[in-house]
Design a protein around this ligand. Structure first.
Ligand code: SF4
Length: 140
């Protein structure tokens, strides 16, 4: 596996997920995937993050928190839609309380990781692509 040259510290926000995507995301911290060794970590505060990973279709309840958490991440920053729901095309697409993923509720994501749910390896591959391409950073 290719070793990351740059780090990625992301805050995860569950915006109405079924928790399937979280199960796969959490697997990345296991000894098998060991993302910390790849220079990637999940941080507790958006203030410590350089990117935001969103799961779920963005429900009514999570619409405002999503905006607030995104504002709290210092720039330059990346918005990552993880899973088909966050990408706006999942099984909850037509649900009455769904806002169409991050594109429908905040802005077009910088990175989309498709799947329902994506596998841990799919997620890790995309995150490693980001770290390899990160310098000089996205415009916000
Ligand atoms: S993409 Fe699939 S696994 Fe992920 S939150 Fe939506 S329904 Fe659940």
């Amino acid at each position: 596996m290719k070793r990351a040259q740059k780090s990625l510290q992301f805050r995860h926000l569950d915006a109405g997920s079924c928790n399937g995507c979280e199960q796969e995301l959490n697997a990345l911290t296991s000894r098998f995937y060991d993302i910390q060794q790849q220079g990637i970590d999940i941080v507790a505060s958006p203030r410590h993050a350089d990117s935001l990973v969103v799961t779920g279709p963005v429900t009514d309840t999570m619409l405002r928190p999503l905006g607030k958490v995104w504002e709290a991440v210092p720039g330059p920053k990346l918005l990552i839609a993880l899973g088909d729901c966050a990408a706006g095309c999942g099984v909850f697409q037509a649900a009455y309380a769904s806002h169409g993923g991050v594109a429908g509720s905040l802005k077009e994501p910088d990175v989309v990781i498709r799947g329902c749910p994506p596998t841990p390896q799919d997620i890790l591959d995309q995150l490693l692509r980001i770290t390899a391409a990160k310098d000089p950073g996205p415009k916000v």
